[in-house]
Design a protein around this ligand. Structure first.
Ligand SMILES: [Zn+2]
Length: 277
């Protein structure tokens, strides 16, 4: 068997969830990261702290980008959800299914991974590690609250700044009560820092941020019809037993049963602060 150090380190990083995958999954316990300003499609994401994708969770084959909300095309899953709306008012089970599979906002947050002491984590080649963190709703809201406070006080969002931003401590609890994920919460550190010593290094870090449009393969309408059919043929039992759903969904399990549009509230809050009605 071949055993090169570089490949071994890659494998190790992979096992730690920090390797080849573009996504970051914080480990149970304490993690440190720095949220990076998203550098693409600036006009589209004006007013957002980070980009978002509308996704369908809880379906066979993992998370699916919504064709309607993301690409402006017909989405068979959204169409199916629409057909449930009337019945869902009078039937709790149908309501649960509807809430589970309807499209939800998924923040896609670029992060620079850090050690506990605030130093940048590095891969086997000595380079800083940048990933996309599919942040949950609580953390999402905390970021917007932090930004709102900074806007009020300093007229700018400081924590994302590449030269004077702050690190976040991400704490993941042990999963409880049969949930697949433990609760995840964030706190912002107070010490400001640069992403790296030199401008070149900062540029190199920013250049590693993936474009969110390239994170998922766009599925065709036919693909989504197939997924939906598979779900309808096999899904009901899974819904009742609450088994292996949400395999790669970072949302809390109860999200499926909660009206999922944190975004509107937050927009309102920001608008209040900015004096826009
Ligand atoms: Zn959809």
């Amino acid at each position: 068997m071949k055993f090169s150090k570089e490949r071994f380190m890659e494998k190790l990083n992979e096992l730690e969830g920090e390797g080849i995958s573009k996504f970051w999954k914080p480990s149970t316990g304490k993690n440190v990261a720095r949220i990076l300003p998203y550098p693409y499609d600036l006009a589209k994401w004006d007013g957002y702290l980070f980009p978002e994708l509308y996704m369908h969770f809880g379906l066979p084959g993992g998370s699916i980008v919504c064709l309607e909300k993301v690409y402006g095309e017909e989405c068979p899953i959204c169409q199916y959800v629409d057909t449930l709306a009337d019945d869902a008012r009078n039937d709790g089970e149908i309501w649960k299914v509807m809430k589970r599979i309807e499209s939800k906002v998924q923040p896609m947050v670029p992060v620079l991974l850090k050690e506990n002491d605030g130093k940048n984590k590095v891969d086997a080649t000595g380079a800083s590690i940048v990933k996309i963190w599919r942040m949950n709703k609580t953390c999402h809201k905390d970021c917007y609250n932090k930004a709102a406070n900074e806007m009020e006080e300093y007229d700018e969002v400081l924590f994302l700044d590449v030269n004077k931003g702050v690190d976040v401590v991400v704490v993941v609890e042990e999963p409880k009560g049969g949930k697949k994920w433990g609760d995840t919460s964030i706190t912002f550190r107070s010490k400001q820092s640069k992403l790296a010593e030199s401008k070149e290094e900062i540029k190199a870090i920013m250049a590693k941020i993936p474009n969110v449009n390239e994170l998922y393969t766009k599925k065709s309408k036919d693909d989504l019809v197939k997924v939906l059919n598979k779900y309808l043929q096999t899904g009901e039992e899974e819904v009742q037993t609450g088994s292996s759903r949400h395999l790669d969904a970072p949302f809390d399990e109860e999200d499926a049963a909660v009206k999922a549009d944190v975004h509107t509230d937050l927009d309102d809050k920001l608008n209040d602060i900015l004096g826009i009605s």
